[in-house]
Write a protein that binds this ligand. Structure first.
Ligand code: HEC
Length: 167
């Protein structure tokens, strides 16, 4: 009966060696595999998640309680409005196209602001931006920036009075 499992283990010493081997050999193999896998990845791991998702998305973590840095008209234009107005997509008056803008500028700043805030035809309200990201004041600056590039001469909108919690 004792010979059924072969003659590999003949003494208690061999038994101990076998137990250790069966525990440590797989462990060493796993460790080697981990090193191997990590080596293969080393080149990529230097690229941050942000870089990896850059073609499709952009992480933009903001401290909601932190001070909101007021964006310039140009920044808002680039972030929001240029999506349509840079190319004239969906019938949007193109940036810098004086002829397309002249009749709109003639309506006056307030009329244009109303169009931007409420939306107009293919243009969504606020150009599709979120009031938490782009304030009315910043939208106003974008209107001034865009119209100025097409011959408009609207003055910069007045900065809103500081809110009580802003110190
Ligand atoms: C989704 C595309 C789109 C985006 C984004 C967009 N617009 Fe427009 N915008 C349009 C279109 C289309 C029109 C023309 C609407 C019409 O008169 O039919 C327009 C018209 C305007 C006008 C003229 C409105 C009028 O009363 O004649 C202003 C001013 C304007 N956009 C400002 C902005 C600003 C500022 C932003 C960014 C905050 C912005 N737009 C973002 C599509 C867009």
């Amino acid at each position: 009966m004792s010979n059924e499992h072969g003659n590999l283990i003949k003494s208690p010493k061999q038994l101990i060696i076998m137990v250790f081997a069966s525990f440590f050999v797989p462990l060493i193999i796993i460790l080697l595999l981990m090193v191997f896998v990590n080596n293969g990845k080393r080149g990529e791991t230097t690229a941050s998640t942000e870089q990896l998702i850059a073609p499709v998305a952009k992480l933009n973590f903001k401290d909601a309680s932190g001070p909101h840095e007021v964006q310039t008209g140009e920044q808002v234009y680039k972030a929001v409005c240029s999506a349509c107005h840079a190319t004239g997509a969906a019938g949007a008056p193109k940036f810098g196209d004086t002829a397309a803008w002249a009749p709109r500028i003639a309506k006056g700043y307030d009329a244009l602001m109303t169009s931007v805030l409420k939306g107009k035809n293919a243009m969504p309200a606020r150009g599709g931006s979120n009031p938490a990201d782009v304030s009315d004041y910043e939208l106003g600056r974008a209107v001034v920036y865009m119209t100025a590039a097409a011959g408009g001469k609207f003055p910069e909108p007045k900065a809103p009075a500081a809110t009580p919690e802003a110190k």
